[in-house]
Design a protein. Structure first.
Length: 361
């Protein structure tokens, strides 16, 4: 009996000290061969495949990544998978790295190379709540006022300071009499960037989370031709989690500081939703990001049986959403009218006939 009580007390100590956290996830690699007829190659992309005791949590994470990166639903099993369509002609490399998997937050960073007139490397970052599989965004971590103050008074100031220092360094090595010198052109790009990153419309909200810091990322200021003179490169500004405390939501504090039991604000945007059309036809829906200033947004949905992506364009008015499905000629073939209810949406699919439409996490 004493052993049982002692074990229970130890479990409580571990729980409240933050050592027992969340859901254990394992991340395996899924290799996907992609047809690239334009370049005559078949590159193999490496993507994460999350496994968990909860198949629902794993599927929620996997589908979010696969839809965003490849426009497809996750393969049913972690076997090598070949994409027959030639939709990825511009991408020649794709790999990932697990940046954090501490039992509370899973952070994954992608590194990709795309080629058109020239080749360019770029990345993408994803963060998930391991208790639910929910994708984590800036609006989850920060209060609206907190993000506004932090971004304007700390993150923006730091980045603009980096740019100003880079400008001074370039001016030391530039010829003032040569207006069109490479150094002077790069100075102009940096000066434009100072203004650009201060524009709320172009605020970057990408980030990664580790046990000690949140790193906010943004693409570089320079174009491809002048990247050699860009001594900043892609921005990666790290802040200790404790320093972010004044700006965090209750959910942000629970995730980053293991304080309290705050939950994320309920929204159907930027989350994988599952549901039915007509009560029988299984579908998967992803409303991509939040609405822009003109209340427009993009989305994609799948009939689970056929697993082919169907792009949608949408508008939002309050809690009402209108989504348009068009054919190759831009003609509307179906309209989906939905009402937001927390994280769920419910309404009608209007095409050849009228059917009910519902989706939820």
């Amino acid at each position: 009996m004493k052993i049982i009580i002692r074990s229970f007390c130890l479990w409580l100590i571990l729980l409240f000290s933050g050592l027992v956290l969340g859901n254990d996830l394992s991340v395996k690699t899924l290799s996907i061969e992609v047809s690239n007829k334009e370049r005559g190659i078949s590159p193999v992309f490496s993507l994460p495949f999350v496994e968990s005791k909860s198949s629902k949590i794993a599927a929620r994470i996997n589908d979010f990544i696969f839809i965003n990166e490849l426009g497809i639903l996750t393969p049913a099993k972690r076997n090598d998978y070949k994409l027959k369509q030639d939709d990825y002609a511009g991408t020649v490399e794709m790999s990932y790295q697990v940046l954090n998997n501490n039992g509370r937050v899973l952070s994954i960073g992608f590194e990709k190379e795309g080629c058109g007139a020239y080749c360019e490397t770029y990345g993408a970052d994803y963060n998930f709540d391991t208790d639910s599989g929910r994708a984590i965004g800036i609006s989850d971590l920060f209060t609206p006022e907190g993000w506004e103050v932090f971004n304007r008074k700390q993150l923006l100031v730091e980045r603009q300071s980096q740019i100003k220092e880079a400008i001074l360094e370039l001016k030391k090595n530039s010829d003032k009499n040569e207006v069109n010198s490479a150094e002077n052109i790069m100075v102009e790009q940096f000066q434009d960037c100072i203004t650009l990153i201060a524009d709320p419309q172009y605020t970057s909200k990408t980030f990664t989370i580790n046990n000690k810091a949140v790193t906010f990322t943004r693409e570089r200021c320079s174009n491809h031709a002048f990247r050699a003179l860009d001594n900043i490169g892609d921005f990666a500004n790290a802040y200790p989690v404790e320093s972010l405390r004044p700006y965090l939501s209750s959910y942000g504090k629970a995730l980053l500081l293991n304080e309290g039991t705050g939950t994320a604000a309920k929204s159907p945007f930027n989350q994988v939703l599952h549901g039915f059309i007509g009560g029988k036809i299984a579908i998967t829906l992803l409303l991509l990001g939040n609405a822009y200033e003109d209340q427009s947004f993009s989305a994609v949905y799948f009939y689970d049986k056929h697993r082919q992506s169907i792009p949608l364009s949408g508008t939002q008015q309050g809690n009402s959403l209108t989504l348009k499905e068009t054919d190759d000629k831009g003609k509307t073939v179906a309209t989906i009218k939905l009402a937001i209810d927390g994280e769920s949406v419910k309404g009608e699919w209007l095409g050849n006939n009228k059917l009910s439409f519902e989706a939820a996490p």
